[in-house]
Design a protein around this ligand. Structure first.
Ligand code: ADP
Length: 354
């Protein structure tokens, strides 16, 4: 009976994936107004429709703007509710899909809360790994899975190996010499995880390494992209069938426009690099949307690294994070407009600037 239940669940997930096939799904999450902001009389400009959970309204100077999403999470939405919406994508990597889940939004809008979460209430990263574990340990007869994990940070167009012995070592992205068109990162540390304890150790190490190389972690993380890359390889011992899927969980750098005026030296370089990779992501999305034969994946490390998860048969989901405050309305409108553009993208066969 358990097997039948699992098969039904899997079929449901599969149908959902077929429905989603080809499109980037965009969810929006609005974070709560925190106590300090309420004390400082920060006002929320966001409202919701109790009959339609796929629309969000922003009101500004008496005018209301509506934004359509695939789903909107109001501030009271729990981590579990958010995860429920992404779990079928997570498990699809067991069927050999490449999956990419991004958190996009200005600094302070809740990206890290959604992806990493807090110790007492973990976010998508931990929940995804835990779910994969429970699935692989109970799954279909004859299937054996290996889960390996890497953590990468992209800062100023430089890739850092967050699980390596030397986190200041810089990594490069290369094309596999076998002509498969696959990319790989020589020297990238991959840990095979076999238990929940292993996952905790991996996260601790990644955090420690991220923190050691910078003086102000908050500032640094708002200017860099953090990627958790999970490879799931399956083998069926009776049929010899193999699957290989990849889950990329990406906490992007803050999307706010950093003023370049007055910025000098390393600050100016940071501003240019963040703008470069986020606008490269936008350019890739626009090229995919208008079905250009040339998609400029190579214009930033971020899009180059994610090339195989942004094209072909891959599944992409973007979580657009929004602050509810009136003082953030300009950035919120920018993020939501970006989200609407992303929603219209259809992922096509891989084509690149190679
Ligand atoms: P970002 O990563 O976008 O810079 P954070 O995730 O650090 O933003 O969130 C900013 C602050 O808001 C943090 O203190 C975080 O704990 C809090 N926060 C964000 N989202 C939520 C939420 N859904 N519920 C409760 N607190 C949240």
């Amino acid at each position: 009976r358990k097997y039948k239940r699992e098969m039904n669940l899997r079929k449901k997930c599969h149908n959902e994936l077929v429905r989603l096939k080809g499109n980037i799904r965009v969810l929006c999450r609005v974070r709560p107004v925190c106590q300090e902001e309420a004390d400082a009389e920060g006002k929320s400009v966001v409202s919701f429709d109790s009959d339609d959970d796929a629309v969000l309204y922003l009101s500004n100077k008496g005018k209301s703007m509506a934004f359509d999403m695939d789903k909107v999470f109001p501030p009271q939405a729990t981590q579990a509710e958010v995860f429920q919406e992404v779990q079928s994508l997570v498990t699809s990597c067991m069927d050999g899909y490449n999956v990419c889940i991004f958190a996009y939004g200005q600094t302070g809008s809740g990206k890290t809360y959604t992806m990493e979460g807090i110790p007492e209430d973990p976010g998508i990263n931990q929940r995804a790994l835990r779910l994969l574990f429970s699935e692989v340990s109970e799954k279909m007869p004859d299937w054996h899975y290996t889960i390996t994990v890497s953590m990468v940070e992209i800062y100023n167009e430089t890739l850092r190996n967050l699980l390596g012995d030397n986190p200041s070592e810089k990594l490069d992205i290369k094309m596999c010499p076998d002509g498969s068109g696959q990319l790989y990162v020589p020297g990238l540390t991959e840990f095979t995880v076999e238990s929940v304890e292993d996952i905790n150790k991996v996260f601790e190490l990644g955090h420690m390494n991220r923190a050691t190389a910078c003086t102000n972690l908050n500032e640094h993380s708002s200017r860099s992209h953090a990627l958790l890359i999970v490879n799931v390889a399956g083998f069926n011992s009776s049929t010899g069938h193999r699957t290989s899927g990849k889950l990329n969980l990406v906490d992007l750098a803050g999307s706010e426009r950093i003023s370049k005026s007055g910025a000098e030296g390393s600050r100016l370089r940071e501003a240019q690099c963040i703008n470069k990779s986020l606008s490269a992501l936008g350019d890739v999305i626009n090229a995919l949307r208008s079905r250009h034969s040339h998609v400029p994946f190579r214009n930033s490390r971020l899009t180059y690294l994610l090339q195989d998860s942004l094209s072909g048969e891959s599944k992409t989901l973007m979580l657009v994070q929004v602050s509810p405050l009136d003082s953030n309305i300009i950035e919120s409108v920018c993020s939501l407009k970006f989200a609407q553009r992303v929603r219209t993208v259809e992922l096509g066969p891989a084509s690149s600037s190679r």
